[in-house]
Design a protein around this ligand. Structure first.
Ligand SMILES: [Zn+2]
Length: 420
């Protein structure tokens, strides 16, 4: 490590929100050594060594780097996922790199990519980890695993389609093989679809996909490699099957009922509501070129995402923030819109922040490493102008995100003062 990197850094925080959900505190100091937080305390408590570099955020709100537990860096917010069919593969990879950078610049220091073709999210993760590209820390799920005719079956009626985006598996043996092929490519997570979806042309949104036995096979094979499974699930049966089979996160969870919420709360399964995905589809509509099948399905479930979030909240299901960014008009770098929608649905601003920090970290299995500003955690920190507790929308304004630090390195500097 270079001498400059070894130097301690001290952030003077006007207001500190530490990600745990505890009240914010004034005039705090965070001491950072290398990539790790060494100490957090009030200005009197924490002694700042004379040779430390001081980052003056005394007029700013300092909080953990935000975490998006559900993105698609290889999709660009086009009206239809089939837009990808017109790009050469290398261009998709390069656009994903741009999307990652935009995400980091918006204050997101960690994302989980839940579906990308050709190992592109894995390559991007490696490029960022090696310092070749700038972007958030990425956990990658690789290809989506879907049944034939399921949410991940992106073949057009004529028979061709974007087959690279997913692996089709039918039956327990094919599921085991599909998971093993993903593990071979170096994924951090396995993503399956246990119900229909909005952006897929031919499956009703509420049908169950995969049997409990098939999902259990995925969970077993993933667990053998120390990995967990995330399941796309809108329909009630698809949610319950996935929970029974042992998945760790339910993506969307749109048609959640009380029984399903109780099952999730009991087992500690996370709900990732992705409100902003349906918000953007309904907002932009057919006029913007979103396919008719997707509009019909989105309209059919329009009332449910906010309702299921409230149900999870009431029933004690852990809620993590995820956007599904990359879906129509759901653009990378605009991820913090989800927090506004969570607050609109009934969460307190602090609860939305915890969902995007501590709970999101736990959901993606990085609890204890990031999401909270405590000694021993990675120094993933943002400094924001304004008070997100009184107006959560300040987090959507990049010009107010004055600093983004990832692993102790200032990745984005919009004029924060550094002394020494
Ligand atoms: Zn998704």
């Amino acid at each position: 490590m270079m001498e400059a990197e070894r130097r301690l850094k001290a952030i003077k925080c006007g207001t500190l929100i530490d990600g745990t959900g505890e009240n914010s505190r004034r005039n705090m100091v965070i001491l950072i050594e290398g990539d790790t937080i060494r100490d957090v305390g009030s200005e009197g408590e924490v002694e700042i060594p004379g040779d430390a570099e001081i980052i003056d955020a005394s007029k700013l709100t300092v909080m953990p780097g935000l975490i998006d537990a559900h993105v698609h860096l290889c999709i660009n917010g086009e009206p239809s996922v089939f837009a990808l069919l017109q790009y050469p593969p290398g261009l998709i990879q390069l656009m994903a790199a741009r999307n990652a950078l935009q995400t980091l610049e918006a204050g997101f220091t960690t994302v989980r990519d839940l579906g990308a073709p050709m190992g592109f999210a894995i390559s991007l993760r490696e490029a960022i980890n090696r310092g070749i590209m700038r972007g958030p820390r990425i956990l990658a799920a690789g290809r989506i695993i879907s049944q034939t005719g399921g949410h991940g079956d992106f073949r057009l009626p004529i028979g061709i389609g974007f087959e690279e985006f997913s692996r089709l598996a039918d039956g327990v043996d094919e599921m085991r093989k599909a998971v093993r092929m993903e593990l071979r490519e170096g994924v951090d997570w396995i993503k399956i679809c246990s119900s229909g979806g909005v952006m897929s042309p031919r499956d009703p949104v509420d049908v169950r996909q995969f049997t409990v036995d098939e999902i259990r096979a995925a969970v077993e094979e993933a667990a053998a490699y120390g990995r967990s499974v995330a399941s796309h699930a809108h329909g009630t049966t698809g949610i319950k099957n996935a929970v029974l089979a042992g998945v760790k996160t339910i993506e969307h969870g749109t048609l959640l009922d009380e029984e399903a919420a109780e099952m999730m709360a009991e087992r500690g399964v996370y709900h990732i509501p992705t409100l902003v995905a349906s918000y953007n589809i309904l907002k932009h509509g057919r006029e913007a070129g979103i396919p008719e099948y997707a509009m019909r399905k989105a309209e059919q479930i329009a009332e449910y995402p906010a309702r299921s979030l409230r149900l999870s909240h009431r029933m004690g299901v852990p809620i993590a923030m995820g956007t599904d960014s990359g879906t129509p008009f759901n653009r990378h770098g605009e991820n913090a819109k989800e927090l506004e929608l969570m607050v609109e649905a009934g969460l307190k601003p602090m609860e939305a922040i915890v969902a995007a920090t501590k709970t999101a970290a736990e959901a993606i299995r990085l609890g204890g490493r990031t999401g909270v500003l405590k000694p021993g955690m990675w120094a993933d920190i943002i400094a924001v102008e304004g008070d997100p507790l009184s107006d959560i929308r300040v987090l959507q304004d990049k010009s107010r995100i004055k600093m983004v630090m990832k692993g102790g390195v200032i990745e984005v500097d919009r004029g924060v003062e550094v002394i020494g």
